[in-house]
Write a protein that binds this ligand. Sequence first.
Ligand code: SIN
Length: 188
Amino acid sequence: MTANTIDTNQSRFRFAAHERVWVFGYGSLIFKADFPFIERRPARIQGWTRRFWQGSHDHRGTPEAPGRVVTLIAEAGTQCEGMAYLVTADVFTHLDYREKNGYIRIQTPLYFRDGTQADGLVYIAGEDNSAFLGPAPEADIAHQIAHSTGPSGPNRDYLLNLAKALRDLSEDDPHVFAIERHLLALDA
Ligand code: SIN
């Protein structure tokens, strides 16, 4: 099942094509920047927790056998570390297509490591989208990831690349690292 959000996202914010906008990445947008950007800076957003609860029918799985990718779950008192990119608004044509399986762009304050702040956009796949898979034991999530692949490649590469990117940011994400451990144990 797909949850195509392109039309919704294109109608949500009206920018001039060359207006500069910050976009925050917390999943594949951290490690796969396949779009032009003016600047990128590590940043965090508040009140959100990264979880492998979104189904991937179009990138890391198929409609018949979806993989799992991350989305953000609202949780008071938490914060999520990622990478912010300053882009021109025309980049959203590409990003809306890439993130079309359930992700909606929402506005959020971004906090940079130097203490400065800016408003930005973040793609979040809410619990009401039809591709949402929801919680599962981390060992089961690792098992699903180990056996999923799609047009963008094996689901395991998404997990391993994300875990590495988070380490490179010196970020401790117990959920992501636990799933990585389970996956590597399946290999052994
Ligand atoms: C993101 O990276 O910010 C969104 C989720 C993804 O594409 O993995």
